[in-house]
Design a protein around this ligand. Sequence first.
Ligand code: LRH
Ligand code: MN
Length: 430
Amino acid sequence: MSYRIADALIAEENAKKLSAHEDEYAALQRKLARSGLDIERMVGKVAGFGVATPTWGVGTGGTRFARFPGPGEPRGIFDKLEDCATIQQLTRVTPACSPHVPWDKVADISELAEAARALGLSFDAVNSNTFQDQPGQPLSYKFGSLAHSDRSVRQQAVAHNLECIEIGRKLGSKALTVWIADGSNFPGQSNLNRVFDLYLESTAEIYRGLPDDWRLFLEHKLYEPAFYSTVIADWGSSLMAAQALGPRAHCLVDLGHHAPNVNIEQIVARLIRAGRLAGFHFNDSKYGDDDLDSGAIDPFRLFLVFNELVDAEARKAPGFAPAYMLDQSHNVTDPIESLMQSAIEVARAYAQALLVDRAALEAAQADNDALGAHRLLKAGFLTDVAPILAEARRRRGGALDPIAVYRKSNYRLRKTEERPAVAGSRSGIV
Ligand code: LRH
Ligand code: MN
């Protein structure tokens, strides 16, 4: 029987921290009440909030230079599900995980569905992979996949995506995320128009293979691994493709897939207005697609993104149903700790955005009171919502301090005993 953290340990540790927590909660309750805000309503909203963990994120990540696996690494998807369940057990904000095929492919998919059900987990969007060649794969994706010049390679990539839909259907997913690495490294290497047409032609076949209640998430990325042009490089290309494909095609925003200093919250506002916001791959970055922990570098940017999301939620924007997922690479931390902290940072940005007095903000904007409007918005970001987040966790059986309980449980040490180290480290993101 593999080790699971006992709920009794969570209760025991919560009991030690309860009076301090109740103190801070009462103080925040009084503070919010002075602005006419009901803390109980906030806790209710946050308790209903969820962000999916990436199955590929619970193993130690790496770069093209090296990957330094940590102790007790997950050996495969069943170990990964255990770790995702531990993140949910302690934070109560990650009820689903997002699988990646073929990294998570097993012979009997129903066994996987059963294992997740037993751990209290569901599956969010399934991710396809035509950015690597698999052992025994007939045709290489070296020069692209859905936009490859050779029709048989495009067909191979389409078939893979249709297989991902089949696997996702058995897991209970309701969406397929398609990110392709297709692009070029030299001006002239590819015809920038033709590759987009080929992408549309291939993706239309995938779109036709979607079950009626599914959505297709198109993920744009500025560069890497292609370093001159990328077929779906930005939100404009993604939106053009989604609108060409059909009403169930949407644009997924990975925060790390933009040039530095791009106003991502405005891109989010535009995609919401178009009714085509698929959702997010949350992470943080300073330079490129660094896949760092959400909120670790620029928590204000994350808050500004959630300000657009809460605004859309408040005005019931048509077609607004974003999927929230993390997509990170944990190269120097315990991935479970990083994912717990990141999920909490995403929930924090949501809670802070809920505190913004939108009526007063609208009035200040109408009056061109620039600083007044900015201060009203910033007031949400500057409020310490930690007691709300902790109370939402506590009421759902989670830990007031997830990382403290995780460390106290020696979960990683126990997994190191259970999971013999996988010999030899290699470079690469996973
Ligand atoms: C591409 C990406 C994509 C995943 C991969 C693991 O950079 O963000 O979402 O498939 O990372
Ligand atoms: Mn991503």
